[in-house]
Design a protein around this ligand. Structure first.
Ligand code: 26V
Length: 806
């Protein structure tokens, strides 16, 4: 028996198979003879899940005994990726699960196909949340991730005539066997209504709408440890009385359920508008729903321990993943002041000590602001609290900078014109004790520009924590062949939990046999992907579509290469497969035009037999974590070509370098740190840096002058304008010629020349492979384990709690 009074689950193949059968019979209620593939899949999931659940129970016991400081990670998004393979790896059931599947006559591939990826996020920010919770568990940090259980995740991208068409992502259509619903932990959330004061002068919020939040959790095991943490996801529900039987009986069927429908709409769908603020009421409701449910749950957990409220920050640190959950600041103030009866000053100190804020952008249009009028209607008490926070903040500004009225206006939580709006980033800075950017450059630019006034007033608050990625998911699982080679070279697989060990690969940098194996694996990964000739250079740009990321720059270069091949059919062109993947926000027309143009250029090239031996453009639809795991290990070249100063960090850049892709990139985000670590000689650098870009914009930028001076650039844009690609994409060319917000044309020539250096480097396959190996060997810093350990030591001040086997 273990410490939780259970007979531990068997670790032999026979026991695993027995448990699988018992799950098939007792929990699926079927038999081997009549089992569907879905029955087999769900039985397998339950068998693996039980092994983690046992560890979860021991983790909980250890946490209660230790009474530690907890990390609560609040995020509106999680891109967890498929669960089955990861949970098999993390539970050490790889061999026995494979044997049991064999006995049942199902293949691992078939089971993986049925394992649906929960796409509860847009892109980098959501995947970062998943990598960080993975690393927290791996480092034995007591932590819970809080989020929203959207019924519909990020849309499925399809192409119709090359144009993006969105389809709903009903990810739980077949149920979700990974989650544990916990209806007893449901919470009540208020919206709308008004405030009153009672006899004692305390404020009361009389709500106009009441909604229930029902949690379920997914297990988050650590790698190479016993810890199993959770992410707790809230779904909105109407109350028992929200079904109106009287109306139903009167035949008013829609009206009978309207209250429940209204409630349930709150967690219906993830907003897909990565990086542009739409200011929709339902989105603000989602944010408050997440915050209100999570804070009540955190307080419930705190009360289980029973210490005084003044110890709350000593026992909890709440990390805000961008401003999306920043309503947690006024919400905690409301709970402490209105419900717990604390004085303002004491409550404010407790609140500030509890929260920390991570900023993920520099783009002004991504900074959240909400109309005061909307706040007043939806969250009347929170607006009062925000006003009070603001008054005290601005008093401090006035006393620190007497007479500086403009500074007061700039720093206010309220933007006055053209419309009164609440600035959520300012709220997040005011209400926390630490604010961090996600790469060195980003943190520096935040302090120098976007949050300059705050960084001047509170320099001690500002930090950098460079992002990282899960080495398990993005190397060990995504790239099994390379992982095996690394393990055999290093002598063991400890690197997956201690990524700096990859350094040991440097000894093989001049070992011809090793380099040959390295190259063979890259080739096999390209063959596995099955898009293009595995001997061609695989040139990969995978990320959300946004003008600042400059997929259009890459496309202009593809058109240039196409022209060069047409003009010189017998030349010694380096064969390339250019792979684009990524989604555009449904309302982001400019990004969708770029997608459509890429598909049109791909079709034109594909139809030209003089060009196809050298150039192929592929664009697999619906980029997600699963597809990333297939593409990233196959990449030779990683495109990280955003305009300097715009990409906060990037994390795809890290995943690709870790898998031995060489980067072609600008001095932006974490590219700078990647280059520093892998070595400038193993990185293709081009383009304007941030000061040069700022300077060019300030001095008056004229994209047309680049067009006029550069014949190849002109030919590429003229081809688009003249309809060479099925008449598609003229608006893309026009926007570049007339405006070009992100200095695409200014960087074109430098980019084209840098791509020539790439071609030359590719000709020496030994040298290329060595650089590839060195990229992997030196990417250890970009492990999310290092990121979490930075958060733990500089912001959270938490200690690990070891979980024992018995
Ligand atoms: C922003 C917004 C704006 C309001 C509407 C809904 C919505 C949804 C998501 C977002 C997130 C945009 C911020 C984001 O994803 N930033 C990315 O964060 C990555 C992780 O830190 C980082 O690597 C990327 O550079 C950064 O773009």
């Amino acid at each position: 028996r273990n410490g939780i009074g259970l007979r531990p689950l068997g670790s032999s193949a026979a026991e695993f198979e027995q448990d699988l059968l018992s799950n098939l019979y007792y929990r699926r209620g079927t038999t081997v003879e009549s089992a569907s593939a879905q029955d087999a899949y769900e039985s397998l999931v339950l068998t693996v899940r039980d092994r983690l659940a046992e560890r979860r129970a021991r983790t909980t016991a250890a946490h209660y005994a230790a009474n530690p400081r907890w990390v609560y990670y609040l995020s509106a998004e999680y891109l967890l990726g498929r669960q089955l393979e990861q949970n098999i790896l993390y539970s050490g059931t790889g061999e026995i699960a494979t044997a049991a599947m064999k006995a049942l006559g199902v293949s691992p591939e078939e089971m993986d196909e049925l394992d649906i990826e929960p796409g509860l996020g847009n892109g980098g920010l959501g995947r970062l949340a998943a990598c960080l919770v993975d690393a927290m568990a791996t480092l034995d940090i007591p932590a819970i991730g809080y989020g929203i259980r959207y019924d519909f995740g990020i849309f499925k991208q399809t192409f119709v005539d090359g144009a993006q068409v969105e389809k709903p992502d009903d990810w739980t259509f077949q149920g979700n066997p990974w989650e544990f619903p916990a209806p007893d932990d449901r919470q009540t959330v208020f919206f709308y209504g008004h405030t009153t004061r009672d006899e004692a002068g305390r404020t009361k919020w009389i709500p106009g709408e009441i909604v229930l939040g029902e949690p379920s959790h997914m297990l988050v095991p650590g790698y190479g440890t016993e810890t199993v943490n959770i992410v707790r996801l809230w779904r909105a529900r109407g109350s028992e009385s929200s079904f109106d039987l009287e109306r139903f009986s009167a035949g008013q069927y829609a009206e009978a359920v309207q209250e429940a429908v209204r409630a349930e709409n709150i967690s219906k769908v993830l907003y897909p508008d990565d990086s542009t603020e739409l200011g929709r009421e339902l989105r603000l409701k989602q944010q408050y729903f997440l915050v209100s449910c999570s804070l009540r749950d955190i307080l419930r957990r705190f009360r289980l321990w029973g210490g005084p409220l003044t110890d709350f920050p000593a026992k909890s640190v709440i990390q805000l993943n961008d401003t999306h959950p920043s309503l947690a600041i006024p919400e905690l103030m409301r709970l402490l002041v209105d419900e717990e009866g604390l004085g303002w000053d004491e409550a404010w100190l407790l609140t500030q000590r509890t929260f920390a804020y991570t900023c993920h952008t520099l783009l002004p249009e991504a900074l959240e602001t909400w109309p005061v009028a909307l706040f007043e209607r939806l969250l009347p008490r929170h607006l009062e609290i925000i006003y009070e926070i603001n008054q005290r903040l601005l008093d401090e500004v006035r006393s620190r900078y007497p007479g500086d009225i403009d500074r007061v206006r700039r720093m206010s939580l309220i933007q006055e014109a053209p419309e009164r709006r609440v600035r959520m980033a300012h709220l997040a800075v005011a209400g926390t004790s630490a604010v961090n950017g996600v790469a060195e450059l980003h943190s520096q630019l935040l302090a120098e520009t976007t949050l300059h006034d705050f960084a001047t007033m509170w320099p001690g608050k500002f930090r950098n924590v460079t992002n990282g990625v899960s080495p398990r998911r993005f190397l060990r699982i995504a790239n099994p062949a390379l992982s095996e080679l690394i393990t055999s070279a290093l002598g063991d697989s400890r690197w997956a939990g201690d990524l700096d060990r990859l350094r040991g690969l440097e000894r093989f940098a001049d070992d011809p046999a090793f380099l040959r194996s390295w190259r063979d694996i890259k080739r096999a990964n390209k063959a596995r992907l099955g898009l293009g000739d595995p001997d061609a250079l695989m040139d990969v740009m995978v990320k959300r579509f946004h003008e600042y990321k400059r997929q259009q720059l890459k496309l202009l270069h593809v058109i240039t290469q196409y022209h060069r091949i047409k003009d010189n059919p017998g030349g010694d062109h380096v064969p390339r497969t250019v792979l684009f993947a990524g989604k555009a926000a449904p309302a982001y027309h400019a990004a969708k035009s770029i997608i459509r143009l890429i598909n049109a250029v791909a079709a034109t090239i594909e139809a030209d037999p003089a060009v196809t031996p050298y150039l192929k453009v592929v664009f697999p639809p619906n980029y997600n974590v699963t597809l990333g795991e297939l593409i990233i290990p196959a990449a030779d070249l990683s495109e990280q070509i955003s305009l300097a100063g715009k990409e906060a960090s990037g994390t795809g850049n890290m995943k690709l370098a870790l898998n031995g892709a060489l980067t072609i990139g600008t001095l932006d985000g974490a590219n700078i740190e990647i280059r520093e670590r892998v070595g400038a000689e193993n990185f293709f650098l081009f383009g304007l840096d941030t000061p040069a870009a700022t300077e060019l914009k300030a001095s008056g930028y004229h994209p047309r002058s680049y067009y006029e001076r550069d014949p190849e650039l002109r030919a590429a844009l003229d081809a688009i304008m003249s309809g060479a690609f099925g008449g598609v994409g003229k608006e893309v060319a026009e926007s570049l010629l007339n405006w070009d917000e992100y200095l695409t044309l200014a960087d074109f020539r430098a980019y084209a020349e840098c791509q020539e250096a790439v071609d030359r480097a590719w000709q020496d396959q030994t040298a290329w492979t060595k650089a590839s190996l060195l990229n992997t060997a030196r990417a250890g810093y970009f492990s999310a384990d290092r990121t979490v350990s930075d958060y733990a030591s500089t912001i959270w001040h938490v200690e690990p709690v070891r979980v024992t086997r018995d």
